[in-house]
Every structure is written in C-alpha cells, then in structure tokens.
Design a protein around this ligand. Structure first.
Ligand code: PEP
Length: 251
C-alpha cells in the first residue's frame, strides 16, 4: 500500500506572518490525520516560522528547491543541510518553473537529488512535458529523459524515499487539468519505467503525485486512479479551505 501524499507548493507567496497564519489554520483543521501525508512548502524565509507552527502536527515541511552542495562559497544558495536545520523533511526538486525559468538541466537536478538523499531529506522529483512536446508526440520521450536523468546512478535502496510528481507543464497554474485518463496513462508509464530502471518492488512502492490545477472539485476523481498516489498543489494550496478539502479527498 502506498500512503497518499498531498503537498502544497506555496511558490513565491505568503510573508512570514501570512505563512504562520495559513499553517496554523491547517494544523487546526488537519489534526490526527494518519492515513495520508500532508506537506507544505513555503518560501525559504518562512520555513523556520512555519516549522514552529507545525510542531506536534502531522503536517510536514518542504522546501521548494536547494543547491547541490552542503556549504561553502555559493552566494545566494541554500543547501539540503540548512533546510534540514530549518525543520524540513522534504525538498521539491526540478519543478517546471525552475526547469523553464532558471534553465535547470536533468544533470543539475540529479546532483541535487543525490545531495538531498545524502542529507537524509526526501526529494519530490518533478517531471512533465510542455504542450508543444505533447502535441509533437514527444511526451513519453521527455518523461523518460527526465526520469532517467533525475535518477541517474540511483540504487534501489536510494529509491525508497524518492517521490515523483508528474506535472504536465500545460496544466500548471493554467486552470487546465489533465483528464483523469491522461494523468493515469502518464503515471502508468512512469511506474513502468521505474520498474524497468529498478525492479517491480521499487515500482510498486514509489509514490507518484499528479500536479497541475488540482482543485477541490477534481481531486477525488484524480485520486481514484490506480497509479495516482497524491497531488502536488500550487494555487489551491494558498487557501486553507481549498487545501483542507483537497487533503480530505474521498475515493
Ligand atoms: C505546482 O506549482 O506544482 C502546481 C501544480 O501548480 P497549480 O496547482 O497552481 O497548477
């Protein structure tokens, strides 16, 4: 059984005070939740403050990115170790906004994945095709390249804490959700690829989240799909009411 994960990516939103307030609303309403993991990813400057609010709560803390070094002369960067120090358990790696706006490559993403695991944090590796790639029938090739690149040189043991998020770029922040069939087909393909690269046990236990305009009114049907093990939620994670409903999905 794969325990579902609902993760909120707050992106570049919420001041420290606003982040505290949203986290407090979530802790208040999601007490004692055990059958699913809940993760929130505020901006770096709010991590410590939110970690304090999350103390004694089952909600876990994630960062939205990191640099693949532990410490040193890397001005303006943040390492997995410092994120752990701030109270994080998870780190989102290779989000499409970073791949496209900051030109992150699969090799760089792989280096981050390795450092995150070395530190003992859990990575959420994001992959997904653009609309043009989908229309050119390159989707499977792109997903395959991103998975093979991001997980290069990984052992089966290292895969035990890796979470994958399939986020079609054309569905992120656009209000366009992939249909349940489109999402399930992509997730089925990704799981098959993980099996090919590692083994059936790894494929069976790896959690694959869907991301791309997940909302209270589409989460139930997405979560009912066999290979969808959770959601990475952007816009709808900024409103307590919406995110709480998404966490409380029913299948
Ligand atoms: C995201 O940021 O990962 C995301 C899926 O955003 P949205 O839910 O707003 O599409």
């Amino acid at each position: 059984m794969r325990k579902p994960i609902i993760a909120g990516n707050w992106k570049l939103n919420k001041t420290i005070a606003e982040a505290r307030e949203l986290a407090a609303q979530l802790t208040e309403n999601l007490k004692g939740i055990e059958d699913r993991e809940v993760i929130i990813a505020p901006v770096y400057t709010a991590l410590s403050a939110v970690a304090e609010v999350l103390e004694n709560s089952p909600i876990q803390l994630a960062a939205q990115n990191c640099y693949p070094e532990i410490s040193g002369a890397f001005t303006g960067e943040i390492s997995p170790q410092f994120l752990q120090d701030a109270g994080c358990q998870y780190v989102i790696i290779g989000h499409s906004e970073r791949r496209h706006l900051m030109a992150e490559t699969d090799h760089f993403i792989n280096q981050k994945m390795i450092k995150v695991l070395e530190t003992g944090l859990k990575p959420i590796l994001c992959i997904g095709e653009t609309l043009q790639e989908r229309e050119n029938n390159q989707m499977l090739e792109i997903l395959s390249k991103q998975i093979k690149g991001g997980l290069a040189n990984f052992t089966t043991e290292q895969m035990s804490t890796v979470v994958i998020a399939y986020e079609p770029v054309w569905a992120i922040g656009t209000g366009k959700t992939a249909s349940t069939e489109q999402a399930q087909d992509a997730h089925f393909f990704i799981r098959g690829l993980v099996q090919e690269l590692f083994n059936p046990e790894v494929a069976e236990q790896t959690r694959i989240l869907y991301g791309g305009s997940v909302k209270p009114d589409n989460v139930d049907s997405l979560m009912a799909q066999q290979d969808i093990d959770g959601a990475l939620v952007g816009g709808a994670s900024l409103k307590a009411e919406d995110f709480i409903r998404i966490v409380q999905f029913e299948i």
